[in-house]
Design a binder for this molecule. Structure first.
Ligand SMILES: O=C(O)CCC(=O)C(=O)O
Ligand SMILES: [Fe+2]
Length: 330
């Protein structure tokens, strides 16, 4: 009997090495994880440890800056830049009523488009240049190198998702050729005492197709299983945590899960997290793939697009963006 109350560990080594049979077998493991739990660990993922360590170091370095320097790159309507402590309340949570703001601050960056990219010049929503902090040498390079390594991994992962959904192996290659991503570098400060309803990040589901959470030596993440039980994610050295979000539910007509999760820092020290939210190309319609619809299973969600979906989500989520949204709408 397979266990649906623990987060499975998937070894990507054989698949990445091209071993015969590994694609099918690994895709089967993903299918189980994504239909039953919504979360899985990956080991032997090929992301160099030095890049992961480097990105964590940069997160700590950024958040150690004085507040006014972080506020210089305050988050904008493209959702890149610095989100101060208590800047967001997860009002969109369907998991529980959340009224308190989260005990975290975060720096967001997206694919690092050049200043002369047509989308940047056009001020196209969610296709802006990043808001890099001034006078933090090496920060941009380390963070971009980290994201470049994750991009390689995502291109490998989407082939497993295609096979897991009984689609042709290359099915997601084109929709993810220039995929949208956001790296969230979060700082959960040291907390001496926490009330029951104080969260580093309150119970929520991600919006993403898939999220890659970097191997974290400081625990704090919990997930809610299908039976409604909250379980703590163990520390699996070197392993990424992967989960699905609302866009994955839409792509798969609810066959794959967007499992609620939360984080609380009870470590007695600082905690940092690196969440890499992955979605399809910005212009790709998000609709149920053919193997998840049929006469007895009509599509549950209308077709949507990244931009429309994120604008709606962002309006509800980020207090601080209310002004930016109003300006953009004017
Ligand atoms: O801090 C963590 O481990 C999880 C963070 C998370 O769920 C998120 O940023 O969406
Ligand atoms: Fe999350």
């Amino acid at each position: 009997m397979s266990d649906t109350e623990t987060i499975p560990v998937v070894d990507l080594g054989p698949y990445l090495a091209g071993e015969p049979g590994a694609l099918q077998r690994t895709a089967g493991e993903l299918r189980f994880a994504l239909t039953e739990i919504g979360f899985y660990f990956i080991v032997n993922h090929g992301v160099p440890e030095a890049l992961i360590r480097g990105a964590f170091e940069q997160a700590a370095r950024f958040h150690a800056l004085p507040l006014d320097r972080k506020m210089d790159v305050r988050v904008d309507k493209h959702n890149v830049g610095y989100l101060p402590m208590r800047g967001d309340t997860l009002r969109t949570s369907t998991v529980q009523t959340v009224t308190k703001a989260n005990l975290n601050e975060a720096f967001f960056m997206a694919r690092d488009l050049p200043d002369d990219h047509p989308d940047v010049l056009a001020d196209r929503r969610f296709r802006s240049a990043n808001r890099w902090p001034k006078d933090l040498p090496g920060f941009r390079e380390a963070v971009v190198a980290y994201c470049d390594a994750l991009e390689v991994l995502v291109h490998k992962l989407v082939r497993l998702y295609a096979v897991a959904l009984e689609l042709p192996v290359l099915y997601f290659d084109e929709p993810f050729r220039d995929f949208q991503y956001k790296l969230r570098m979060t700082h959960y400060p040291y907390q001496e005492a926490l009330a029951d309803d104080d969260f580093g990040i309150a119970p929520h589901t991600d919006t993403s197709f898939l999220t890659l959470l970097a191997p974290n030596n400081v625990p704090g993440l919990s997930i809610r299983t299908q039976t409604g039980k909250w379980i703590d994610a163990p520390v699996v050295p070197g392993a990424y945590v992967v989960n699905g979000g609302q866009m994955l539910q839409r792509w798969t007509n609810d066959v794959f899960l967007a499992t609620p999760h939360r984080a609380v820092n009870r470590s007695g020290g600082e905690r940092y997290a690196l969440a890499f939210f992955t979605d399809s190309n910005i212009d790709w319609p998000v609709a149920s793939v053919p193997t998840t619809v049929g006469p007895d299973r009509p599509p549950k969600f209308p077709t949507t697009w990244y931009t429309d979906y994120m604008i709606q989500y962002q309006k509800r989520t980020y207090d601080l963006l209310a002004d930016a949204n109003r300006q953009a709408a004017e």
